[in-house]
Design a protein around this ligand. Structure first.
Ligand code: SF4
Length: 434
């Protein structure tokens, strides 16, 4: 049970708008200094007025928190968010809708089980929706989308799938180059913007016409990389938040170790994707542009063992666009290395449960298999009906919501998702994974 007061969402939103007004003022100042025109002067005047109006956050902070306001809106926002980053119950209570963005990988599965456990205890399971961004047939490992759906069903929550037309292959083909770490168009175009569209659509479906609080959960863990360690586990998504929604991004497993993730999967008998059994440590795209060479070589061996068409498709793509999968490393070279390892060691083989034994030690796979059989024998819980949401942002005061429109971020133009598949065909849901 949390000892914190309810998350002050209205204050957070006010701080978000103040930060955006500050950013806009900075941009307007730079534009006017670089090339002053009547247009830049007018923009600057508007930005100054908006930034002044947004200063209302200082009084709001003093009234709400009972202390002197921090120096900047950014510091104030960080102070609040840091306080609530581990407060699962408070975050769920504050949210109108809680989206678990799932790749169907182990970390997504872990956070789904945590969020569902708490939401069920609070009687708020109806708020939880799993969103999977499908990247295309030859981009993802087989049955990833089916598994994401099954994982949602197993936990008794709604499942929504979104997909950009053509997926990863079409994106690379169109641009004539593979994405890389500096230009991660694959995540921004195929995942982030599709997930943003899903948020708009879900809010539409819920009939929310006023300011909504959206909690987006992602399976990011600090341990994964030095870059990830620097991220904030709870933040306001200023890109997606708008005049009608405050979007919070939350990493529920930020401080959790890989071992703890596998322990929970074992203990709860959760169904994970078999690529992990072939000792690939991430359920990424088959040929992820960010993966290291050894991962990619192993992926090529697994793709061959499974008879997947993805390798041929990506090889011909590389050939056609004359651009390599990674800077200085072609897929052709990766496949050649995979072939020579296959020739030396024989084709890749694995058994179901190998990932569990690998991470937790011998004997654990058997425990996981027993727990999985038990969990799958129980009928999946029914998905609770959607509940209409409350009519006003809790804690909002009229003067906080009457800032001039320029103090708000420009609202992103959100079309409906290119593909929205609330349910895959039933038969797919019961097909065994490879
Ligand atoms: S898994 Fe890799 S290739 Fe696929 S979308 Fe993410 S970064 Fe891009």
């Amino acid at each position: 049970m949390s000892s914190l007061p309810p998350l002050p969402v209205a204050l957070l939103d006010l701080l978000r708008r103040a930060q955006q007004a500050d950013n806009e003022l900075g941009t307007a100042l730079r534009a006017d200094a670089k090339d002053p025109t009547p247009k830049t002067a007018a923009r600057l005047a508007r930005a100054r007025a908006a930034a002044r109006a947004a200063e209302v956050w200082r009084g709001a902070w003093a009234a709400d928190q009972g202390t002197a306001p921090p120096a900047t809106a950014a510091t104030a926002s960080r102070t609040l968010l840091d306080r609530y980053q581990q407060a699962v119950e408070d975050l769920l209570r504050a949210a109108d809708v809680c989206l678990v963005q799932s790749s169907a990988g182990k970390d997504s599965l872990y956070i789904l089980s945590i969020v569902v456990e708490v939401a069920r205890r609070l009687g708020m399971l109806d708020k939880v929706i799993v969103v999977h961004c499908f990247l295309g047939e030859d981009a993802e490992w087989p049955q990833v989308a089916e598994l994401a759906r099954r994982q949602a069903e197993h936990h008794g929550v709604r499942f929504v799938q979104v997909a950009a037309p053509g997926g990863l292959v079409a994106l690379i083909d169109k641009r004539g180059m593979f994405p890389d770490s500096a230009r991660r168009l694959c995540t921004s175009t195929l995942k982030r913007s599709e997930a943003d569209k899903a948020i708009a659509m879900i809010l539409d479906a819920l009939g929310i016409t006023r300011h909504a609080v959206v909690l987006v959960c992602m399976g990011i863990r600090a341990e994964e990389s030095p870059d990830r360690r620097l991220k904030a586990p709870l933040s306001v998504n200023t890109r997606t938040s708008s005049g009608n929604r405050l979007v919070l991004t939350w990493y529920p497993a930020f401080q959790v170790t890989q071992t703890a993730v596998w322990q929970r999967i074992r203990d709860l008998g959760l169904e994970y994707h078999p690529t992990y059994d072939a000792l690939l440590f991430r359920l990424s795209c088959i040929y992820c542009v960010l993966a290291g060479k050894s991962h990619l070589v192993r992926a090529a061996r697994l793709a061959k063992a499974l008879g997947l068409s993805a390798t041929e498709r990506f090889l011909s793509l590389e050939e056609r666009i004359q651009h390599t999968l990674k800077p200085g490393l072609s897929l052709a070279r990766i496949v050649a290395e995979a072939d020579s390892l296959d020739a030396a060691e024989g084709p890749l083989t694995w058994n179901r449960g190998d990932a569990i034994d690998h991470h937790l030690g011998p004997g654990n796979a058997a425990r996981w298999a027993e727990n999985l059989a038990r969990a799958q024998a129980a009928p999946p819980p029914a998905v609770p009906a959607l509940r209409p949401v409350h009519a006003a942002l809790p804690g909002a005061r009229p003067d906080w919501l009457t800032l001039p429109p320029t103090a708000y971020t420009r609202r992103p133009r959100l079309a409906r998702p290119a593909a929205l598949v609330p349910d895959l065909p039933d038969a797919a849901g019961t097909r065994p994974l490879f």
